[in-house]
Write a protein that binds this ligand. Structure first.
Ligand SMILES: [Zn+2]
Length: 241
């Protein structure tokens, strides 16, 4: 069956996209848009899980709660690198599923998995590879697909410097409980707390309230963009009450 998406989030491991933008994905899905997550790896092995099938089941359950579809690629966890092959693999998914908006994980997470930053490099390159002409032979004949709207989600894993010109907060107040439920599916990751696995509910609760408060929402998720938004914002303000 052919799957296409309006919005596709790219996640180095199953759970990263949920942490960064699970509420927004659930909100867009409930509004009737075709929403998905593509995991670059299956996320295993990890310290507290002995069975990769458990993580797969958790990821499926999480997607069901968010009301989205999920694709899991076979790139290697812990060894994810920005290679030509990885770029082509993700660009193939973009060409196949023709998303209008793609959202990748933002920045470095020194102290957590180096896969995260590699996923951003793969994401950036795959957007470019997706639109290149005269490369159909690398993609089994799939036509180029131009993605106009590329953004990053943020997991606040570390306070790294962010230099993207565009930032905005998405209001997830009505979808915070859904986000929490989806993340609680990942018992293999968050049941055992440690210095590198903080209590998940505290983490997303604090992050959600902080970002929400910046824009006057109870809960929010922040997004970063590479392009300046061309919105007539003064006109938008004048149309509000
Ligand atoms: Zn991760």
């Amino acid at each position: 069956m052919e799957i296409t998406f309006d919005v596709l989030a790219v996640s180095p491991h199953p759970d990263d996209a949920e942490i960064g933008c699970g509420g927004t994905l659930a909100k867009l899905a409930q509004a009737g848009h075709k929403v998905g997550i593509v995991d670059l790896t299956n996320g295993e092995p990890t310290p507290f899980n002995d069975d990769p099938d458990i993580r797969i089941k958790e990821a499926k359950n999480s997607a069901k709660i968010l009301g989205i579809r999920r694709i899991t690629l076979d790139l290697p966890n812990r060894q994810l690198m920005d290679t030509i092959e990885a770029r082509i693999e993700l660009a193939r998914i973009f060409r196949q599923t023709t998303p209008k908006i793609v959202i990748g994980m933002q920045g470095m997470t020194p102290g957590a998995s180096p896969d995260h930053y590699q996923s951003q490099l793969i994401f950036d390159a795959a957007i470019f590879y997706s639109r290149l002409t005269k490369w159909e032979h690398l993609f089994n004949g799939l036509k180029p697909w131009r993605i106009e709207h590329a953004y990053y989600y943020y997991t606040a894993r570390e306070l790294t410097q962010i230099n993207h010109p565009t930032q905005f907060i998405s209001d997830i107040s009505s979808f915070f409980e859904t986000k929490k439920k989806s993340l609680l599916c990942y018992q293999s990751q968050f049941k055992a707390h440690s210095s590198y696995n903080p209590p998940i509910v505290d983490w997303i609760e604090g992050m959600g309230q902080y970002f929400g408060s910046l824009a006057g929402f109870k809960y929010g998720e922040i997004f970063f963009g590479m392009k300046i938004l061309n919105i007539d914002i003064f006109e938008h303000f004048l149309q509000q009450d």
